[in-house]
Ligand binder design. Structure first.
Ligand code: HEC
Length: 136
């Protein structure tokens, strides 16, 4: 039993230790763009399952988005500066998740207009981050 627990703890540490690179983040961004496209075609084809697939992809991927290991290494020098961006990132991610839920609820209830509005708000959050965060 003890060995299993230690094994699990080690596995957890190893997973966390995998550095998040810029290439990983660019890949996540591509996935986010894909997810937005999937949600949109769910709207157009009036297909709830497609919207759901896109939302799932969006919310699981946005959870990864963070400064890269390299950017984190610079933390000491610009800690204060970066903290503001961290806070902003957390806020944006929360907002995107909240609006993603709204899309599911509204679309399921046949309120396509409100669903599309939530979609537009998510797009606004993507762009807000791109405007304000070039490097962490
Ligand atoms: C927390 C900040 C943040 C959020 C939120 C964010 N992005 Fe990005 N995005 C970035 C950064 C930073 C880059 C530049 C690539 C890099 O340096 O990792 C980028 C680049 C991109 C790119 C270009 C990737 C490439 O091939 O160069 C796409 C596409 C993209 N984002 C889509 C999205 C979409 C769609 C959303 C919203 C669902 C989104 N992003 C939300 C920070 C963010």
């Amino acid at each position: 039993m003890k060995n299993i627990i230690i094994g699990l703890m080690l596995a957890g540490t190893l997973l966390q230790a995998a550095p998040y690179t810029q290439a990983d983040r660019v890949k996540d961004m591509t996935t986010l763009a894909e997810a937005m496209g999937t949600i949109q075609s769910g709207f157009f084809y009036n297909n709830y399952e497609t919207v759901e697939v896109g939302i799932e992809q969006l919310t699981t991927t946005i959870a990864n988005v963070r400064p890269t290991a390299e950017e984190n290494a610079k933390k000491d020098v610009m800690e204060k500066y970066m903290d503001k961006k961290f806070q902003m990132t957390n806020k944006i991610v929360k907002k995107i998740n909240r609006k993603a839920l709204t899309i599911l609820e509204r679309f399921r209830n046949g309120d396509a207009t409100q669903a599309a509005q939530a979609y537009t708000k998510i797009m606004g959050q993507c762009m807000k981050c791109h405007r304000e965060i070039r490097n962490w």
